[in-house]
Design a binder for this molecule. Sequence first.
Ligand SMILES: NC(=O)c1ccc[n+]([C@@H]2O[C@H](COP(=O)([O-])OP(=O)(O)OC[C@H]3O[C@@H](n4cnc5c(N)ncnc54)[C@H](OP(=O)(O)O)[C@@H]3O)[C@@H](O)[C@H]2O)c1
Length: 307
Amino acid sequence: MKAIVCTKYGPPDVLQLEEVAKPTPRDNEILVKVHATTVSAGDVRMRSFTVPFWEWLPARIYLGLRKPKRAILGMQLAGEIEAVGKDVKLFKKCDQVFASCGLDFGAHAEYKCLPEVGVVEIKPANMTYGEAAAVPTGGIGALHVLRKGNIQNGQKVIIYGASGSVGTFAVQLAKHFGAEVTGVCSTTNLELVKSLGADKVVDYAKEDFTKSGELYDCIFDAVGKVSKSKCKKALTPNGTFVSIHKVTYKESAEDLIFLKELIEAGKIKSVIDRRYPLEQIAEAHRYVEKGHKMGNVVITLENSNKT
Ligand SMILES: NC(=O)c1ccc[n+]([C@@H]2O[C@H](COP(=O)([O-])OP(=O)(O)OC[C@H]3O[C@@H](n4cnc5c(N)ncnc54)[C@H](OP(=O)(O)O)[C@@H]3O)[C@@H](O)[C@H]2O)c1
């Protein structure tokens, strides 16, 4: 099968299209023919090995000393099940699924094996493969951070970095939880963030929300670009600051079911900035690396006409 192999840590050119062995599902695994995947901030960080210096050694030991142990990147996917192991009960051949591969990576390939009890579910009926592939990691991340912030109906929430993958889901989910939502983004993305349901938008290039005098019950940093200490003066006395970079959580299939039900009810959607074919994945990395993608960057696989 075709796969994008990360031959060493470095710039996007280290990514090579190679022919590698097609995986065979174990007894408890499904084999997914990947129709769409994404290039996420996590893929870029893994390829370029961008970690704080104090995490350098433990991260190299965990991820691979000279090159990534998991040579095929890609943290999420949507596709069709081509085969199932003999013990698989939850899925069958031809099921259309979406999934997070998490830190196992491996979605930047024509096929990927996943445990049937992994973070995998039947794809939302009203989404294309490309739209569905963009949901798991950003959607689950936003969900867990909002839960950590303990958002209550009617509370004032501000999403800092409302136009990224995590941010676009966070705006929609916070609205679903009944919050009054303010989204912080650049001028270019004001209309997008409003269209996702934000009650107010703040242009970070023109206004510092911490100096406006407005107080929030929850400040959610969705891109790791604002500090807790700076935000303190914009919080109500019992207000909370939560950050995608500080919350630890375990992704689950239940999270995907939760998101899928909201998607099928028309409450949330994925935002897609650009689409690239698998062969142009280095270009996609260059774009995502700039740090200004709007929502998600989708990779479409050859022979897929439904992305
Ligand atoms: N994506 C996931 O699935 C996922 C899951 C878990 C954790 N994370 C982590 O969460 C972080 C965010 O990831 P992401 O994929 O959502 O987005 P990202 O690619 O890291 O960031 C892109 C967005 O950040 C906005 N941005 C850049 N500088 C900003 C600033 N100074 N103030 C406000 N917004 C700014 C950009 O909007 P402008 O162009 O308008 O500046 C753009 O829309 C990453 O560190 C990632 O590793 C991501």
